[in-house]
Design a binder for this molecule. Structure first.
Ligand code: IFM
Length: 463
């Protein structure tokens, strides 16, 4: 039985993203995305794989909704593939793309599961990239038009919208270190990309409110507490810098309408920006970015302990050997979720928060009976949910929690080797199998669940 009892109405969910699970890459008029291109580039994906099929969710979505029904979750956070809706990024709308998500939304609602829609989880149409991608302002305009197309169609039924998933990853991983699509290593472009992503968010908020009256609109950030490796002045300053670029570079414009001055100075010192005014920021941009939102989505996985390199720049320490870590190499640090939620509430006062992602990659083999005893994932989720409960008790307006992820999936540059699913996926046969953590999560959500009394045929096999 679960030891967690979160307030009545607390929303339990599971999360995925389009590119990581859908497959169907060449079907029904879907255009190419930067991730199709990146994955097809030799050397970019650790196991040489791609996401042309992924979890084949494009064809198996009904079965996957049945899995969620069995879990009893109240919400499903998924993303929409921009190139399915606008194969060339802008202009002609592909009706088949909208139809597919329309059916998904209706079937979720019939199953009593709220669709929690993310508009951008990194799969930019390749044609927009060819025209400059997030490095140019026109991409922000294209995003707002895309948000309009989607919300005109789904806005009558979707009650929760998030514009972007983890702008830091788009900017930093995609444009500064090049570990993710489009694979650029250009810190100045990374700053422009961050700005245009945020600008497109602000523009889309207004459109979503118009097309989906009464719906909640927000954005999802990846956040992590940053602490200095030692109390030396240099390490403390390195921690300030890392916090500035990971957390405050996004939180400050969204909630305060300005970029953090100290972080701008850091960038100027490093030669990434001219400053003090960032040349790509136009009058009114920050007002648009700071358009009030209904909630902040927080993705939390681990913390960062940083120390100063000889240059003074922050470097992230690997977890101490005695600390538990996941297959991603990330330290298991549940307390960091509490610290993050409390800090965001204290410093930025969002109206509402959802933990929109939290989970762990672990590989555990099935036993002879097919049981997958993933106790480490259960321990991870259990400890983090306990910290979420503690944050609520201390006044954090936390309204929901989404486990990452429903299924094993395409973990970006890592390919299929890192397994985050409550359900194991056999990528040869596409068989889904509940891990012990799925059974466990089912118990956790039960007090707040509207689970069907009547199990469906597929579900009968699993219980
Ligand atoms: O798989 C990703 C997801 O797409 C974004 N947040 C982090 C997850 C785990 O790396």
């Amino acid at each position: 039985m679960s030891r967690h009892s979160l307030p009545e109405g607390f929303l339990w969910g599971v999360a995925t993203s389009a590119f990581q699970i859908e497959g169907g890459a060449h079907e029904d008029g879907r255009g190419e995305s930067i991730w199709d291109r990146f994955a097809a580039t030799p050397g970019r994906i650790a196991d040489g794989s791609n996401a042309v099929v992924a979890c084949d969710h494009y064809h198996r979505w009904r079965e996957d909704i049945e899995l969620m029904r069995w879990l009893g979750v109240g919400a499903y956070r998924f993303s929409i593939a921009w190139p399915r809706i606008l194969p060339r990024g802008r202009g002609r709308i592909n009706p088949a793309g909208l139809d597919w998500y329309d059916a998904l939304v209706d079937t979720l609602l019939e199953a009593g599961i709220l669709p929690f829609v993310t508009l951008y989880h990194w799969d930019l149409p390749q044609e927009l990239q060819d025209a400059g991608g997030w490095g140019v302002r026109e991409t922000a305009d294209a995003f707002v038009a895309y948000a309009d197309a989607v919300s005109r169609r789904l806005g009558d039924r979707v009650r929760h919208w998030t514009t972007h998933n983890e702008p830091w990853c788009v900017a930093f991983q995609g444009h500064e270190v090049g570990a993710q699509a489009p694979g650029h290593r250009d810190p100045a472009e990374s700053l422009r990309a961050a700005h245009h992503v945020l600008l497109s968010h602000g523009g889309a908020v207004e459109v979503l409110r118009r097309n989906s009256p009464g719906a909640e609109v927000g954005i999802v950030l990846i956040l992590a507490p940053v602490s200095p490796a030692t109390e030396s002045a240099a390490d403390r300053d390195a921690a300030r810098q890392a916090d500035g670029s990971l957390n405050r570079w996004y939180l400050d414009p969204l909630f305060r309408g300005r970029y953090p001055e100290d972080a701008i100075e850091d960038r100027v010192r490093l030669g990434h920006a001219q400053g003090p005014a960032l040349p790509f920021v136009r009058d009114g941009d920050l007002r648009t970015i700071a358009t009030p939102i209904d909630f902040l989505g927080v993705n939390y996985y681990s913390r960062n302990v940083v120390r100063a390199a000889p240059s003074g720049a922050p470097t992230v320490d690997p977890p101490a050997p005695e600390r538990e870590r996941t297959d991603m190499g990330w330290e298991v640090y549940p307390r960091g979720l509490y610290d993050t939620l409390v800090r965001v509430t204290r410093d930025y006062a969002p109206a509402k928060i959802y933990v929109t992602e939290n989970g762990a990659a672990y590989t555990d083999a099935a036993d002879a009976e097919g049981r997958i005893a993933d106790q480490r994932r259960i321990d991870y989720l259990d400890a983090h949910i306990a910290q979420a409960g503690r944050a609520i008790a201390d006044g954090v307006p936390l309204a929901g929690y989404f486990a990452w992820s429903l299924l094993d999936n395409f973990e970006w540059a890592h390919g299929y080797a890192k397994r985050f699913g409550l359900f194991e996926v056999d990528f040869e046969t596409q068989r889904r199998r509940p891990r012990d953590s799925a059974h466990w999560y089912r118990q956790v959500v039960a007090p707040n669940s509207a689970r069907d009394a009547e199990p469906q045929p597929l579900l009968r096999r699993m219980t």
